[in-house]
Every structure is written in C-alpha cells, then in structure tokens.
Design a protein around this ligand. Structure first.
Ligand SMILES: *Cc1c(COP(=O)(O)O)cnc(C)c1O
Length: 391
C-alpha cells in the first residue's frame, strides 16, 4: 500500500504546529513563524486569543451539541448580531463556506420556484471565482482544475468575464435566477471587483428580478477593514455567504439574507445536523464580542494603512520579483513575476507564512489583530526573501 492514511488531497508543506500565540505559530521541533496566512484567512483574531479560549472552554463544560430539533440560544444571539450589523433579516448556520454558498444557491432557486417560476434556476458567476468544493460550488466556480474528473457538472451556471457588465447582461435568460460574486476574488488571486461594476450588478439584478448573492466567505468579518466588504460599495446583496473568519478558527458558516429572499426556506426545506451547534456559536459569538468593539475595525484600517505603502515600496524595489500589490485592508495579493510557490517557500525560509493563490499571486491575509511591529517584521522578511531572488 502506498497511499497515506491521511488521504492525499493536499500538497502539504512539511511543518507541524504545536501551538500558536497571537500572530505567531510554533512547530513541534521548536521553529517559530509569523503567520500571515492565518489558516487561509480564518484566524481573524490570531491564535489562542484569550477571550475565544475562555468562551470555548466555558461552553465545552456546559453542552456541545443538541441538534436543530431545539432552539439554540447561541444561534439566536449570533443571528441577532449579524442582522443588526448587516443588510440581512435572517441567518442560516452551517459549518463551512461551501455549505453557506450551497444554501445561497438553494435559496435563489427556491425564491423563484416557490413563486411558480419552475424553470428559473440558472446563476451567473464570474470567471476565476471560487465558491467551494462541493459538486454545486465547483460548478459555480467553473474552474477546470477543480472540475476535472468530476463530470457531469451541476447544471445551471453561466460564467461571464470578470468586470464586464455587458457580458453579464447578455448572459441573462428567462431561466436566470441569480448572480453570485466574490467582491474580491480570493483563491482566484486577490482580484477586487470595481465598485461601479458591483453597483451595475445590483441595478441589473433589480431590473431583471434576479437575486444578488455576495460570497463574503473570505472578504467578510473585518478582513477588508469593514465588517463586510459590500460596505465599501454602497450597495447590499439579497443573500450573503460567510465562513472563514466567522468562528476565528472554529468551523462555522452562515448564509444571511433579506426576508424577501429567505422567506420560502420554511421548516423542512433545508438543514444541517451540526449547523450552528452550541460550541460553534460560542466561538463565533466570542469573535463578534471582539469585532463589535468600537476600536476593532479602526485598528484593521490603521494597521493596513501602515502596511500598504511598505508593500508598494517593496514591489517598486524588486520589479523582477513582484509586479503589483492589490486587494483591500488585510486581504492583500502580491502578484509575482517569479513562480508564486517559490516566493511562498522563500518567505517561509525567512520565518513568514503566506498562502498562494491563482494568477501567480502570494496572499497576505494576517490575523486582524497584528501590530505595527509585526508588520515591520513581516516587511523585513519579505525584503530579505526578495533580495535573495533578485541576487
Ligand atoms: C474558502 C472559500 C469558500 C469555501 O469555503 P470552505 O469552508 O472551504 O468550504 C467559498 N468561497 C470563498 C470566497 C472562499 O474564499
């Protein structure tokens, strides 16, 4: 037998972490790293945040799981807070980003079909998108590298060029139910959508009776300096998917929607055994306690404003290594002129963890609690790694 006991679906780096503290991670063999990957934009409050640790410990001693056969106090609390701080009227809890998008897609179909439009099911998505790894969400993302070998595709997705409103309008048919976009494509390579394009999509959705879905699984929960990235655009969606930062490292997802969009998902139409269990809700409510502090988002904006000019200077200093820096807040992409995988490795050799993305990009998605001193340390490591490349 040559297959490993852990199914080999990932190309893993040979590091095993034993513990973390804030923005630092420590391996079992005593090495330390500054974590600018944050478990792929998940550890929004860093590692071992005392408030999160305390909240999860306290909940662990009470009750872990009850199922959704009963009311869950933590769900009612978290949903109320998400509703109070967003466009949404109602929240469905699940366990991952893909499930949050799956709920969004099912909701869009139900919305039309419950009103008698049985043939409305198609969803317009954007090329380069990533919405998860279930059969429906790989079809929504439409990327060959994720679809290969998993035919037939789930029917009902029409992909259009990124940023092109005319093409999006031309893709609308009588079967179109919704439009789904990431406001900044994450896995696709930190590609921000032009706010004018986003406003155009909103107008288009209204004109043609479509639901507008924002996949904020990566951009949400303070990542861009606002609680949700749509707050920068001046428009709101009908449905929004959240996950990654929501539980600060505990697996939890959520699908938020207006009453108008959500009202047909009545009892029995959708569900999840684990979704919104007391442990997950304790973690996510603890994250919310921290993020709703009036000083939290200003800190994200301040520390990112401190980081951006330094990265711009690095890109200018090493034009053979880097092409451009793009993104928003603490969701940052360094587009490389050398292979991005090598850049990730060289950053790691300097003690900095980052994450690769599409379009030959290296992602910097640090915990939102990073300090200016940690920014300085990271920029120093990036500078040293780039100098070695350039040499
Ligand atoms: C990570 C991600 C997903 C998928 O989340 P999982 O928790 O891995 O299922 C979906 N959409 C976006 C934008 C993401 O970044």
């Amino acid at each position: 037998m040559t297959i490993s006991a852990v199914m080999p679906t990932y190309a893993r780096t040979d590091l095993v972490f034993e513990r973390g503290q804030g923005a630092m991670l420590y391996t079992v063999d005593g090495r330390s790293f500054l974590d600018f990957g944050a478990g792929v934009a998940v550890n929004a409050l860093g590692h071992a945040h005392p408030h999160l640790v305390q909240a999860l410990k306290a909940q662990a001693e009470k009750v872990w799981h009850t199922s959704n056969l009963y009311r869950v106090a933590g769900q009612e609390k978290l949903a109320g807070r998400l509703v109070a701080n967003s466009f949404a009227d109602s929240v469905f809890f699940c366990n991952s980003g893909a499930e949050a998008m799956e709920c969004a897609l099912k909701m869009a179909r139900k919305f039309h079909q419950a009103q008698g439009n049985k043939d409305k099911f198609r969803v317009i998505t954007v090329r380069g998108a990533f919405h998860g790894r279930t059969l429906a969400t790989i079809s929504a993302g439409g990327q060959a590298k994720h679809l290969d070998g998993f035919a037939p595709n789930v029917e009902g997705f029409d992909q259009v060029a990124y940023g092109n409103l005319n093409e999006a309008r031309a893709a609308i048919t009588p079967q179109t139910a919704a439009v789904a976009v990431e406001l900044i494509q994450g896995e696709g390579g930190i590609m921000p959508l032009d706010p004018d394009y986003v406003r155009g999509l909103r107008a288009m959705a209204d004109e043609f009776g479509l639901l507008l879905i924002f996949d904020e699984v990566q951009t949400g929960m303070g990542r861009t300096g606002k609680l949700f990235a749509y707050e920068w655009t001046g428009v709101t969606p009908d449905i929004m998917a959240l996950a990654k930062g929501l539980g600060g490292g505990f697996p939890v997802g959520a699908c938020l929607a207006t009453e108008r969009a959500a009202k047909y998902l009545s009892a029995g139409t959708h569900g999840s055994t684990f979704g919104g269990n007391p442990l997950a809700m304790a973690a996510a409510n603890a994250v919310m306690d921290v993020m709703l502090d009036p000083g939290f988002l200003p800190h994200v904006q301040k520390v990112s404003a401190y980081l951006w000019p330094k990265l711009t200077a690095i890109v200018a200093k090493y034009p053979k290594v880097f092409e451009v820096v793009r993104g928003k807040g603490l969701m940052i992409g360094l587009k490389c002129r050398v292979p991005n995988g090598e850049v990730v490795t060289r950053f790691m050799n300097e003690g900095l963890l980052t994450v690769g993305a599409g379009d030959n990009v290296v992602r910097l998605v640090p915990p939102l609690i990073i300090t200016e001193a940690e920014v300085d340390a990271a920029v120093g490591m990036i500078d040293r790694a780039a100098a070695l490349f350039a040499a």
